[in-house]
Design a protein around this ligand. Structure first.
Ligand code: NAP
Length: 251
């Protein structure tokens, strides 16, 4: 039997992160469900424990260095050394460039890039010590460019360069790093985009599905399945890759 692992999933109170947390738990990992509001993580923790797994709710702003250090220490003590990390926490602050505020730019950079950097740096020590690690970073098809998302597209492209560099630096310690670039996934994030453009979410999803080769929008489970593979013991020779999970070649 393989060693039980402890996984950290950020932004895991809802959406893609929640589904990734539940999936990694069903794969046999103890899971730290990390999000801004600790109480918001409880229902995912309950899902996992009711299914017979182990999980811990952890309140942490991934962009806050001291909070990340404290959270990773707590996870190591209460659940076990974190050797699997899914950097999923994310926000959008969409606007056309001429209307985008500096705060919109900074907020998006901070959660995605600074957050992934801080969490990865804190967890890699445990991975190097264990001579095993799996890091999965959430990029996006928006990394290829998306109108109204100069901040988000730059952050998600940055996640790809970050991922490839971690793969180069950490490979010798048994640590892989890969990115998942989802297309349209039905979550609160895409519901918020529908609201911003003044469309009903169902109509928004139907319009998106028409442009997707597999003729449907994505579900959090689609991303969880890919994360499960990348975090598995058997995926140790897959590193530095960006997997577009978008129902077609890109978006
Ligand atoms: P979501 O439903 O909005 O969930 C994001 C979660 O991240 C929320 O629970 C949010 O907490 C949390 N979060 C935000 N800032 C945080 C911070 N500083 N520290 C810790 N947690 C934080 O989004 P999603 O659709 O599941 O997206 C998950 C990831 O996939 C994101 O990185 C996103 O960019 C990426 N992605 C999504 C899609 C899509 O179509 N949905 C496509 C491509 C990529 P609060 O609720 O407290 O804000």
């Amino acid at each position: 039997m393989s060693t039980p692992r402890t996984a950290v999933v950020t932004g895991a109170a809802r959406g893609i992160g929640a589904e990734v947390a539940r999936r990694l738990a069903s794969d046999g990992m103890a899971v730290a469900v990390v999000d801004l509001d600790e109480s918001a993580c409880q229902s995912v923790v309950d899902d996992i424990t009711h299914a017979g797994g182990r999980a811990l709710a952890v309140g942490c702003d991934v962009a806050d260095e001291a909070a990340v250090t404290a959270a990773v220490e707590r996870i190591a003590t209460e659940l076990g050394a974190p050797t699997v990390l899914v950097n999923n926490a994310g926000i959008i602050r969409d606007n056309l460039l001429f209307k985008m505020t500096t705060d919109d730019w900074d907020a998006v950079m901070n959660v995605h890039l600074r957050g992934a950097f801080l969490m990865s740096r804190a967890c890699q020590a445990h991975m190097v010590e264990a001579k095993f690690g799996r890091i999965v970073n959430l990029s996006s098809t928006s990394a290829l460019g998306n109108r109204g998302q100069a901040n988000y597209a730059a952050a998600k492209a940055g996640m790809q360069g970050f991922t490839k560099t971690l793969a180069l630096e950490l490979g010798r310690y048994g640590v892989t790093a890969n990115a998942i670039a989802p297309g349209f996934i039905a979550t609160d994030m895409t519901a918020a985009t529908a609201a911003r453009v003044g469309m009903e979410f169902e109509a928004f999803k139907a319009a998106a599905a028409k442009e997707i080769p597999v003729a449907r929008v994505g579900r959090p489970e689609d991303i969880a399945h890919t994360a499960s593979f990348l975090c598995s013991e058997g995926a140790g020779f897959v590193s530095g890759q960006v997997i577009y999970v978008a129902g077609g070649p890109r978006d």
